[in-house]
Design a protein around this ligand. Sequence first.
Ligand code: CA
Length: 225
Amino acid sequence: MRILVVEDDPDLGEALQLRLRRDGHAADWIRDGKAAEEILRQQQFEVIVLDIGLPGQDGISILRALRRRGDKTPVLMLTARSNIEDRINALDIGADDYLAKPFDTREFEARCRALLRRAQGLASGATTIGDLTFDRCAKTVMVGDKSLNLPNREYRLLEILIGSMGRVLSKEQIAQKLFDFDDEAGSNAIELYIARLRRKLGNSLTIRTVRGMGYVAEHDSRKSP
Ligand code: CA
């Protein structure tokens, strides 16, 4: 998933970005409120982690602008432990959750996971398609009773495809979700990852190429139960 972290504290911002990347996400980190506001008008993220006190523009006004545009991207606000007003304000404006500083990064990760699941409208975190089971909590992919060992990129590509079952995704749409701004991989890399996924998934999931359009994941019930 692609996540934006807006945090001006260099140590915390870097730590959160690292943690999210290690967790397999594409994570961008912005320190300035104005720059974040600009990016959010151009780029879609699955989750936004938003600090309140920021240079340029504060987190509350960024959140307000986002919701006024009708953007429903889940937002996790980072607030000061002592400031109850900020928390109430953030929730009233449309933040989905908040974390009071200082916090344990494990709690941060768990809350991000919960928001990602909610964003995909999945309460349990596991999706079953035929004999394929994709479990976001356990980070496992099973075909029947066999566990598939997928590297990060392939795992996330599969997550993106499963999140849009039956809908065609263009290479650009996939690239936007798969890569962050620091990533140098181009959309050609997507063809490679698709080929690898197809080989590993076998008949359990069909990833069909739609010429000139992109890719679509489909379950063919004739091939597997
Ligand atoms: Ca701050």
